[in-house]
Design a protein around this ligand. Sequence first.
Ligand code: SAH
Length: 389
Amino acid sequence: MSEIYDHEKVVPDDAPALPLVMQAPRRGKPPEHWSDLDADGRRERIRAAGLPAFRASQLSRHWYERLDDEPSGWTDLPAAVREAVADQFFPTLLTPVRTLGCDGGTTVKSLWRLHDGALVESVLMRYGAGRPGSRSTICISSQAGCGMACPFCATGQGGLQRNMSTAEIVEQVVAGARALARGEVTGGPGRINNVVFMGMGEPMANYRSVIAAIRTLVAPAPDGLGIGARGITLSTVGLVPRIQQLTEEGLPITLAVSLHAPDDELRDTLVPINTRHKVDEVVDAAWEYARVTKRRVSIEYALIKDINDHAWRADELARVLKRRGDWGWVHVNLIPLNPTPGSKWTASRPEDEREFVRRLEAHGVPVTVRDTRGREIDGACGQLAAAEV
Ligand code: SAH
């Protein structure tokens, strides 16, 4: 009868449910890289290599500030030292397999091969290219694959291969910053302003490496890229204990929670981790994050035609969020679904999307609709599957 509990629509009949995978398989570790270490660790390694500690700052300056990956250009180091430290501390972690551009070259997707053959993707997006105040956002991966099994997400359907190391995460941003600095991206030289963990993987399931990576992204020169913490967004399916841990981390980054449904019945199927951490628990943790950090939380909601885009669900979403208070702690980001291959789900009708927005606004919930750049190159949200070689 009602479309409300019509589960045939929710779970495609031909799609067997994937298991949730919390523990990444153990694989051969990537070689240690400068970006795996913090400033103290780098100095220690440099000393252990028989060099004076100040060499560590020199190297960091070349790597993160000058973005120079050619040791021959590190001229403040003796030539013999350059080669030795490059070999020891700067192994190649990400090998480009393919680079695809669209939106007039202002969106660039990179497919990378990791040391063990695993494939991951990152996407660089330039806004207002060539104009003053132009900004760049890089969307990066935190795991090869993903164990969260969300049925509408291409990565989720491929399963989890392994966690990425801290340096593998950082180096995606370094590569993007380098390409921008060298003017290789349409719109002239630029820098990275925003980093979003919305590529492949569940960042909270690889917590330690992700947090260490963020610390290098925000570290001022010479120790890191000096990106403002406020410009960094971590998106999660809602691993509640990890959200609580992040709240205590003292890192004022933006938290995004992939809710996709305001009710447990539907969210259990769209975001399977909901069978462990219910909507109320997740929204409470998000609210607490906003309370402690004073950072507005973003609620991600992929609009899927006839699945979660009903007007009553917009009302319910507003109720769930406003019950926690009305002090501007939250904002809803609607994402038109990017259909993944083989899925019968598709984006909402324009009139349903408009009504969803209208209802949220009528309840006083701030809402935006995500732009869907990178569609033609399968670089838009949820499409990063890296299946092909
Ligand atoms: N694992 C994290 C981050 C990666 S995905 C998370 O789930 O939050 C980044 C965002 O893209 C999430 O909100 C995710 O739900 C959304 N997404 C995944 N597949 C999508 C699709 N096919 N269309 C639109 N958004 C999608």
